[in-house]
Design a protein around this ligand. Sequence first.
Ligand SMILES: O=C(O)CCC(=O)C(=O)O
Length: 274
Amino acid sequence: MVQGQPNLWAKSYINDGYLMLPDLITQEECDDLKAEMLKIFRGDYPCEAIPPMPETVSETEVLDRIMCVGEPHVFSPLVRRYIEHPKICEVLQTIVGAHIPFWDGGVKCMQSMMLSKVPGHTGNPWHQDEHPIPTRDRSLLGAWITLDDSTIENGCLWVLPNSHRSGVIYDRVPHDKRHEFDSCHEAVGFDDTDEIPIEMPAGSVLFFNGYLLHRSKKNRSDTFRRILVSHYCSTASWLGWKGQRNYRGITTVAGEDPYIEEGHVTPNVWARWE
Ligand SMILES: O=C(O)CCC(=O)C(=O)O
């Protein structure tokens, strides 16, 4: 674990493919985000993808009905604040493109997601985030904020150390492990015996590279494992994503946007129900 030493953040991130920093988010901030998550999942914001539920429904019932909400920052000013959180941006400006010669420190966010992971919810099988979201310079990074203590029992992230190094993308296929993982396809073709769990206290942030193989397992505890994860890359990278030559549903969080003349689009909010 590296803390308070920006010169070591980049070294550690490049070498290991991930960097875990505790205490970036205060307990109070975690509580604010958890309260906002409840509103979002209950359907308090007018949004076609998330039909409203009555206010009388319990927190567990609200969080149980949806596994993941995509792009909540579009309608939630509070979530929007966290994709631009000053402490997170300080780290991003140091590590996102640290491997790229002459990188100017520019960082853009192209996606946010909130996962509820109540007891009994399944995990997410092996994958690399650059598989669906390819950058041109291997700069994709996930910033995974845990709002609860994230443990092996409640379904923390597992990573395969060094798997980001080769630059190889492993293809994803349907799997038959629905007792453990959700319906997303699973990356295959590598040896996963060296995987390690990343247990994290609430308020910690895991920064991980888009080529790093990672997964999470089923929540077998009686506690929630709520998270907000946002994905970023260098501002200079075109984003050939969602059928676009250079996807423009982005928020610049550090530096200048060299493609500003291409304008912006508003990301579509979505929800994954199983
Ligand atoms: O939080 C999880 O269980 C999975 C998150 C993930 O795989 C990701 O953010 O890429």
